[in-house]
Design a protein around this ligand. Structure first.
Ligand SMILES: Cc1cc2nc3c(=O)[nH]c(=O)nc-3n(C[C@H](O)[C@H](O)[C@H](O)COP(=O)(O)O)c2cc1C
Length: 196
């Protein structure tokens, strides 16, 4: 890799930032572009080559339909919920043209590879998908919220008993240039271990 290419690769990594879901418009990626993104996203460290993840696509009218179901569930969870919060749930999946659910697939019978390592692999997929989306000119956001942890919503999404939502990755065309936020200074995070 030439010094210039190396610099460009790092510049791309350093330019990664989330674009809020509300600022993601159509168009989203077409099928071929999405598969290209998922190819990059699937290229993650994976102890034991378990492939402990899969992708679920939510797009088109199904985004609004899911929102209606979320609002109903939200009301069930909290009958006193206000209209504002209910509306937020109704529109949760309707901002970006596409949401990819990265599903962690955690086989409980796998005693060889610790579950946390398989979950970390699924988390890496989420991050890699954000990077791939940005590399192809799209914006993305990794969101969770209560729907990621609610058993009824998990069932509604068709997740099995051994599956978890690693992330809802909202993808679309950025309407704005997302503002940069303060980043941690790695020098303050680095210490040296010395033999006691
Ligand atoms: C597992 C996970 C779940 C997240 N869930 C939410 C969320 O529900 N709502 C939210 O505003 N940000 C959430 N975030 C944070 C955003 O994805 C994002 O990292 C943050 O806005 C900072 O922006 P950056 O990606 O440009 O650093 C989550 C991040 C992670 C890693």
């Amino acid at each position: 890799m030439s010094a210039n290419t190396e610099h460009e690769a790092l510049a791309a990594l350093d330019a990664r930032r989330s674009v809020p879901a509300k600022q993601l418009d159509a168009p989203g990626p077409d099928d071929a572009t999405l598969l290209r993104m998922l190819r990059s996203a699937s290229r993650v460290p994976d102890h034991g080559k378990r492939v402990p993840f899969r992708f679920l696509r939510i797009a088109g009218a199904d985004r609004d339909a899911l929102g209606e179901r979320l609002a109903a569930r939200s009301l069930e969870r909290d009958p006193d919920i206000g209209d504002g919060a209910l509306d937020k749930d109704r529109r949760r999946f309707s901002h970006a043209p596409l949401v990819i659910v990265v599903v962690a697939v955690l086989d409980p019978e796998d005693t060889k590879i610790p579950e946390v390592e398989r979950l970390l692999t699924a988390g890496s997929v989420c991050f890699a998908l954000l990077q791939a989306a940005q590399a192809l000119g799209f914006g993305g956001s990794w969101l969770s919220g209560w729907p990621a942890y609610d058993p009824d919503v998990r069932a509604l999404l068709g997740l099995g008993a051994n599956e978890r939502v690693a992330g809802f990755i909202h993808i679309g065309t950025p309407r704005i240039e997302a503002p940069e936020r303060e980043r941690p200074d790695p020098a303050t995070l680095l210490t040296d271990w010395h033999a006691p």
